[in-house]
Design a binder for this molecule. Structure first.
Ligand code: NAG
Ligand code: NAG
Ligand code: NAG
Ligand code: NAG
Length: 264
């Protein structure tokens, strides 16, 4: 190796050392100082406080590198805030679950995957879609944040309105602009309707009725939100499951914004 090469190797070393990681492993837990950043830098996962008083901290996912206030798209512990951020740590347990714990050892939030991974160690990765996925080395996904939306539907997410004729996923608005805890307004299906009826609810009171799906097959709909951006909505009925999915044309994917955010 010639001497000329050394600075380049040194630089490469620095770059790989400084680069934010998109993965969480059993060996490397996430503390309040750390942040995961998706591969192309679209999304970040870490701890945040929604108020300037910094009294309550949450584990969340937001758009990375956008100017202005942080736009949070997912919150893990919305109704169970962390009060001392320095003590909080997100780990992957030996039983392949994600656990957010405080220093006194009590769990603030935890996933419960249905698959027993056994001796294999899962890792978690923050994808460019904004999905945080707990994955086994053989590619099996144990858990994903897209199955547990907070108040936002992101492109490529399958938003499961109903499963076996029961309400499955729902969006639940933040209580206030600076308060991620569960608010009064939700977006979910109406279990009493014989058809797929999507509504906005003020707690248990219907507030606004949206589309009704009467059983006719729907191939998909194209929504032009703006002359320069196109998004596609697909309604999928696969036996037991009824879900919506939004996708964005390739050209605009890199600057895709969130599609549905419930605001109280
Ligand atoms: C809250 O945290 C932010 C960012 O870390 C910091 O700039 C600010 O000074 C903190 N506020 C208080 C009251 O500690
Ligand atoms: C991956 O590993 C898990 C746990 O060992 C197992 O349950 C699952 O069937 C495997 N999946 C594939 C596709 O091999
Ligand atoms: C939601 O319902 C509560 C009563 O449960 C009512 O006081 C409030 O005004 C309603 N909100 C809106 C925006 O209609
Ligand atoms: C459409 O989007 C572009 C770029 O995102 C923006 O500059 C323009 O104002 C938007 N037009 C309308 C009608 O919203």
């Amino acid at each position: 190796m010639s001497v000329d090469c050394i600075p380049i190797f040194f630089l490469l070393f620095l770059i790989s050392f400084c680069k934010a990681d998109d993965q969480l492993t059993h060996e490397k837990p996430l503390t309040h100082r750390d942040m995961l950043v998706s591969k192309s830098g679209y999304f970040a996962l870490g701890f945040f406080s929604a108020t300037s008083s910094n009294k309550s901290y949450y584990l969340g996912i937001w758009y990375h590198g956008l100017p202005g206030p942080r736009t949070v798209v997912w919150v893990a512990n919305r109704d169970n805030p962390i009060t001392t951020p320095s003590s909080a740590v997100l780990t992957i347990t030996t039983s392949s679950d994600l656990v957010l714990a405080a220093s006194d050892g009590h769990n603030i939030w935890k996933t419960a995957s249905s698959i027993t991974a056994g001796a294999v160690r899962a890792h978690a990765v923050l994808l460019d879609s904004g999905n945080f996925v707990l994955r086994l080395p053989n590619g099996t996904d144990l858990w994903q944040s897209f199955d547990h939306p907070t108040d936002t539907i992101l492109p490529t997410m399958n938003f499961l309105f109903s499963y076996k004729a029961k309400v499955a996923a729902q969006l639940l608005a933040w209580k206030g602009l600076d308060d991620p805890s569960s608010g009064d307004f939700s977006y979910r299906s109406d279990p009493s309707s014989p058809y797929l009826q999507v509504m906005i609810w003020n707690k248990t009171i219907p507030y606004c009725r949206m589309g009704v799906w009467n059983g006719e097959p729907v191939a998909g709909a194209t929504l032009s939100t703006n002359t320069s951006s196109i998004l596609y909505q697909t309604i999928v009925n696969s036996g037991d499951k009824f879900y919506f999915k939004y996708t964005i044309s390739d050209t605009y994917r890199s600057r895709a914004s969130h599609l549905t955010t419930l605001v109280s």
